[in-house]
Design a protein around this ligand. Structure first.
Ligand code: ACO
Length: 425
């Protein structure tokens, strides 16, 4: 039975707020009638207690450390699935049958190449352009190549745009990397898996044979699955808000990439590596670093520790931690820095300050170390995140266009400026 909650103003007006309940998660007071009934708005900067939409894609319980894609726990998907299967799950709501999987893989492979003019477009960026700057521009520019399928009211157009985006992101991401290093743009190889193909696009050169490294492919596949969606975070909400006006999918995803670029969102694993490099360069011991993080007179915080939503543990961090340890054992790499990272992890996990505040290494702590071990430059970290998250963004964009309650996003405000006054004459 549906319930309501009564809201009354000091002035005597009131509104009956229907209480809405999803499959999991807390009840929500439906405040849509509040202004009409009681003449008031709600105030919620950062929308921290506001559900902006109904969504059937991803569920997070931060207190319990739960992350579900379409109902499936992330742990099970990480163990049994692969990235393209997860893409199918997020986009269409179900795991594919073997036939559906073959068909979906085939469709994605058909779209891995980009128009030759996109290659020229990327070549036109300054030699030292940041790969995220190139990515945001290039994905936006895709709108100028697909006039044939930009009718957002046509479900077939929406679907092919989503498929094109998923298929082309590895190609574009690798070109952004290769341009900044003066490396040639490789063409995709559709005999390889999605992730194998990406490693080839990134690291192969035409003069030599390329064999994908299975350890690197396994690690990247895992990172991509773990980052594929995370419900209504800043970049996903940006995609929805941009798309709510009817903006085309490429422009909407470019808006999401712009939001992800911010250091408070997609840049955290880069911050982890900067911190570890700084510790290494300074010669400071891990005990000294931890003491600084605990010192209330020092603004320093350990990057890659704590999470706004996950207050017990980040389920993605648990999964990736094991992969990170395996990879460091296998690859060697920047051993002194990796040793520092391990010491930091072990000492903080045993430290009362971090235990009491439930501050655990988060997914960014481990993904930064893994990407470094795989020789992926730091300027590409957020690009890798964007590539993984494209499916999440476009699934939300598609869901929004199928939602009968969908309307243009238009928040309100509390106006604090000058009161009405007359122009001096
Ligand atoms: N190092 C040291 N102390 C910390 C850290 C940290 N990384 N994070 C939180 N604390 C302490 C705070 O000083 C505070 O202590 P107090 O209770 O004695 O005052 C307590 O833990 C709670 O901190 P809050 O800032 O209230 O926690 P909040 O949930 O608001 O912040 C956040 C979460 C922003 C992620 C924070 O933990 C942080 O700054 N972490 C480092 C940056 C980071 O790794 N960001 C990426 C997060 S993952 C992501 O967003 C994709």
């Amino acid at each position: 039975m549906s319930s309501t909650s009564k809201f009354s103003t000091p002035g005597g007006k009131s509104s009956e707020l229907p209480m809405l309940k999803g499959t999991h998660g807390p009840e929500c007071a439906d405040v849509r009638g509040l202004y009409k009934d009681a003449g008031v708005f709600t105030y919620d900067p950062g929308y921290a207690t506001t559900a902006s939409c109904k969504s059937a894609i991803t569920f997070i319980d931060g207190d319990e450390g739960i992350l579900l894609y379409r109902g499936y726990p992330i742990e099970q998907l990480a163990e049994h699935s692969d990235y393209l299967e997860v893409c199918h799950l997020l986009m269409y709501g179900e795991l594919p049958t073997p036939e559906e999987s073959a068909k979906f893989n085939n469709i994605i492979k058909q779209h891995t190449m980009v128009h030759e003019n996109i290659r020229d477009f990327i070549s036109g960026f300054r030699y030292d352009a940041h790969p995220m700057a190139m990515l945001v521009g290039t994905v936006g520019a895709l709108s100028s190549f697909y006039h044939d399928s930009l009718d957002i009211n046509n479900p077939k157009h929406r679907e092919i745009s989503a498929q094109r985006l998923i298929a082309k992101m590895p190609t574009i991401a690798s070109y952004c990397h290769n341009h900044s290093r003066g490396l040639p743009f490789m063409y995709p190889d559709n005999t390889l898996s999605y992730v194998e193909n990406f490693t080839r696009l990134m690291f192969a050169v035409p003069a030599e044979q390329f064999e994908p490294n299975p350890v690197a492919v396994k690690a990247l596949e895992l990172i991509m699955i773990l980052h594929a969606d995370h419900e209504q975070n800043a970049s996903t909400s940006t995609v929805r808000l941009a798309g709510s006006s009817g903006a085309n999918p490429f422009a909407s995803i470019a808006a999401g990439i712009a939001s992800l670029w911010g250091p408070a969102h997609g840049g955290a694993n880069e911050a982890v590596m900067n911190m570890l490099d700084a510790i290494q360069d300074s010669g400071e011991t891990i005990d000294q670093t931890i003491a600084r993080a605990k010192d209330k007179n020092d603004p320093f915080r350990l990057m890659g520790f704590g999470h706004r939503v996950y207050k017990n543990f980040d389920p993605r961090a648990k999964i990736i931690q094991q992969m990170c340890h395996e990879l460091l054992d296998d690859l060697g790499g920047d051993q002194p820095m990796f040793d520092l990272a391990r010491e930091l992890e072990q000492k903080t996990l045993a430290d009362d300050y971090f235990k009491e505040r439930r501050l655990y290494p988060n997914v960014d702590f481990y993904s930064g170390i893994i990407l470094r071990a795989l020789d992926i430059p730091m300027s590409m970290f957020t690009v890798m995140f964007a590539m993984s998250r494209t499916v999440g963004w476009i699934s939300h964009w598609m869901e929004m266009h199928e939602d009968p309650e969908g309307r243009i996003g238009r928040p309100r405000q509390i106006y604090t400026g000058a009161a009405r006054r007359d122009y001096p004459v």
